[in-house]
Design a protein around this ligand. Structure first.
Ligand SMILES: Cc1cc2nc3c(=O)[nH]c(=O)nc-3n(C[C@H](O)[C@H](O)[C@H](O)COP(=O)(O)O)c2cc1C
Length: 238
């Protein structure tokens, strides 16, 4: 197989990358107080120096209560955290790379026993069918969350990132809106498949409007609740 194309530049809208090697977002849990800084700047700079064309950062959370599911996840809000992220973008650019934060809200999921300071929130107060946890989001909560995604996307642009990725997979908040098993709402945010995607479409639009660029939504064809499916999987796929 000819892999030469991997090393050619690529332009997508306003983004030009030096090659087509993209680093997937990978949680590190190395920001105990939620504040990234020199360790993160060095870590991502080394990947750019190693010729990764585009880096998607580890998941980093928007400004909502209980939006992270582990204590070491970095914030993407508040000046100390944003100053740290600004240094990350600066270092990656100095090494010739491009970078975008993966914006997170982990909904009602939890990784391990750690509990956040506030109750978790989700479309219907469920992790999945028959598995209640935390608060049902009100209209006001949802509007605030859409706004928090938009602010994070605008901040990403302001502090020098090249794009932002909205995390819409893994059973986290946006994904919890997709699935009938975790979204049992009867208002505009629930019902048929089209309505269950409104949360993503609103956040994507808000993110795009907030940053002046298109967001990159990240979707995955399954979630931890195995009985939940957005669509029938292709033949042969479990
Ligand atoms: C240590 C580790 C941490 C990860 N953290 C995240 C994350 O923060 N956000 C995310 O969307 N995916 C995360 N993933 C999933 C990866 O981004 C990627 O989608 C997964 O490894 C599958 O990649 P593949 O389809 O190329 O095998 C993580 C994977 C690993 C191994």
């Amino acid at each position: 197989m000819n892999s030469e194309i991997l090393f050619r530049p690529l332009t997508v809208k306003s983004l030009t990358v030096a090659n087509r090697i993209v680093m997937a977002p990978m949680t590190r849990g190395m920001a105990p107080a939620g504040i990234p800084g020199a360790p993160q700047a060095g870590y991502y700079r080394r990947r750019a120096e190693g010729n990764v064309g585009l880096i998607l950062t580890e998941g980093t959370v928007i400004d909502r209560p209980a939006s992270r599911n582990l204590p070491g996840i970095p914030f993407f809000h508040g000046e100390p955290a944003l100053a740290g992220w600004e240094s990350v973008a600066r270092e990656v650019h100095a090494a010739g790379g491009k970078i975008g934060p993966q914006l997170w809200h982990t909904g009602s999921t939890r990784a391990g026993d750690w509990q956040p300071e506030a109750p978790v929130e989700s479309p219907s107060g469920l992790v999945g069918p028959g598995d209640p946890r935390g608060n049902v989001m009100s209209e006001e909560d949802i509007a605030d969350t859409v706004g928090a995604f938009a602010v994070a996307a605008a901040d990403a642009k302001r502090i020098g990132f090249d794009l932002a990725e909205l995390h819409g997979a893994h059973g986290y908040l946006i994904d919890q809106f997709f699935w009938g098993g975790s979204n049992q709402r009867t208002d505009q945010w629930g019902g048929g498949r089209h309505r269950r995607t409104l949360a993503l479409r609103s956040r994507d639009r808000a993110g795009g409007a907030g940053s002046g660029r298109s967001g990159l939504p990240y979707l995955a064809p399954g979630q931890p609740v195995e009985t939940a499916r957005l669509c029938r999987p292709p033949r042969g796929h479990p």
